[in-house]
Design a protein around this ligand. Structure first.
Ligand code: FPP
Length: 245
């Protein structure tokens, strides 16, 4: 597909919502929707990589998801192990670099080891960076970054935006250019609160397991049509030169 590279976001962040409704429509348990959601994610990684997107960050499990029924939580944690054993080799061969962002202290040892393996196996890859937010919350991220600065004994006057950013979970990536949420809800839901300050927001009714290349292209077309000003009143900035990615 021919595409103007200037209009391609460097970093796309996605709230993958709608798995449960997707399954319900098919009279299937919610877990089935999450399972299909993993397959949709793997397809999306490939599609983003094919289009020249350099960073993809997805919300797989929020700090608030612990409030879900125990059975669903166990299913989602188990799905991590299934996803890593089913797809890690394939993603690694394609050059994908996997990073996990979030509080790992609360997940089971098995899940922690699976995430460690995913990061270790892909650490030297140079393709698209897939950051999976797991047990993540935007507010948690701000607090943990502040705690790191305090633990270092940094004087208040030395704390600025750049220094705080460098201690946040996504310090390895530029701020997202495009934030996509599937599933029809129009909210951020505590995802990347700090980093989405100037992201373009795109909401679609499409349920996550149905999010395919055509859906991605629709989001990218909407992004290409946006005027990014970053608080400035002047005319359109070229996308590739825009600060923060
Ligand atoms: C929201 O759908 C989705 C989640 C809470 C989980 C998202 C997880 C995946 C797509 C799987 C990725 C997993 C790994 C291991 C990378 P929902 O359950 O809120 O759906 P609903 O709004 O229709 O109820």
């Amino acid at each position: 597909m021919q595409r103007d590279l200037n209009s391609i976001p460097r970093h796309v962040a996605i709230v993958m919502d709608g798995n449960g409704r997707w399954a319900k429509k098919r009279f299937m348990p919610r877990f089935f929707g999450h399972k299909q959601g993993v397959d949709a994610l793997v397809r999306c990684v490939q599609a983003c990589s094919d289009r020249g997107i350099q960073y993809l960050t997805v919300f797989a499990f929020s700090s608030e998801n612990w409030k879900r029924p125990e059975e669903e939580i166990t299913g989602l944690l188990g799905l991590v192990l299934v996803a890593v054993s089913k797809y890690l080799t394939k993603l690694a061969e394609k050059g994908v670099r996997i990073r996990i962002v979030g509080d790992r202290s609360a997940v089971t040892d098995k899940v922690r080891l699976a995430w460690d393996e995913a990061e270790r196996t892909t650490a030297h890859n140079s393709g698209i960076v897939l950051s999976v937010a797991f047990n993540y919350g935007g507010r948690w991220d701000v607090v943990q970054a502040c705690r790191q600065l305090v633990a270092q004994g940094l004087p208040a006057e030395q704390i600025d935006e750049a220094r705080l950013s460098s201690h946040m979970a996504l310090a390895h990536a530029p701020d997202p250019d495009l934030f996509i949420r599937t599933g029809g809800e129009v909210r951020i839901s505590n995802f990347l609160l700090w980093q989405v300050a100037y992201s373009e927001l795109y909401f679609t009714d499409c349920l996550w397991p149905d999010f395919d290349e055509a859906q991605l292209d629709a989001a990218l077309a909407a992004f290409a049509g946006r005027e990014r000003r970053f608080g400035d009143v002047k005319a359109r900035l070229p996308q590739a030169a825009a600060p923060g990615g």
